[in-house]
Design a protein around this ligand. Sequence first.
Ligand code: A2P
Length: 314
Amino acid sequence: MKTLRFTNGDEMPCIGLGTWKSSPGDVYQAVVEAIRAGYRHIDCAYIYGNEPEVGAALKLCFSEGIVRREDLWITSKLWNSAHLKQDVVPALKLTLNSLGLDYLDLYLIHWPVALIPGTAFPKTAEEFLSPEQAPLSETWAGMEAGVQAGLTRHIGVSNFSIRKIKNLFRSASIRPELVQIESHPFLIQQEMMEFAHAEQMHLTAYAPLGAKDRSKKLEGEPDLLGCPLIGEIASRKGCSPAQILISWQLSRGWSTIPKSVNPERIRQNLDASSVLLTEQEMESISGLNLNYRYYTGALWNLGGPAYQASALWD
Ligand code: A2P
């Protein structure tokens, strides 16, 4: 399995199991299946509401000797309601407690959006904190405290724009080492990719298969897995469209976290690492770009100008 190497020598396997949208009832078996199949990277988040079940699955895998903790890469994410500096380490400890771990490999700020403590998803404007009340630089200082306390080996950001990452650089004593963002052939994120490479940051693509199990889908959104070009390349190679989408990410140096709770698809997605694309195929797939986001962050519009799409993705 291809890996991304961090400056301290740690290596993150390029294919991880996504757990966003995996219900607590399904995720236990999915994680066990994935680890048995050879996955060594699991992507989690507090807000997915399933970390205790992921933790139970990890516990089983450790106790049965299927894998050792040090052979796994576990990522989790700080929810928006714990952005105040003093709330970050307690949130990280809560996640560790749910996962049954002593440390994470990677902890990410999930969104550049702050909610008042205790809010999961906001229903009114009053449930937000403004960027002045909860500056991202302060949240980042809390993330750094997590590294200093030995609770996470690496820290990074998710859903941040280039501008917001540059702002973090100004005050950071530990630079973000990885950016996790939505990416697939309809949203190739070329500018972010060039920026991240120039700044020695790694990239993880979420929603690599188009996240079609999202609850709030828009009418008429483009169908990634059903895209004719992807299907044509897949049948030529005798593999599935999902494998082409995953292989495309690996070939351009990204890690990616396809979500599945289905044992056959879990294995199939990992096997995508053996699907090789030619330069011409890579180019034609990248040519599908529409700058189309499946996950727009429209949920944060309620929080006023600082959190509307134009400011969110500035
Ligand atoms: P399931 O969990 O039933 O396998 P994303 O990773 O972009 O968020 O996409 C997740 C969606 O893609 C889920 O609906 C998941 O369903 C589905 N999926 C995962 N792997 C495959 C695959 N190999 N082929 C088709 N659909 C897949």
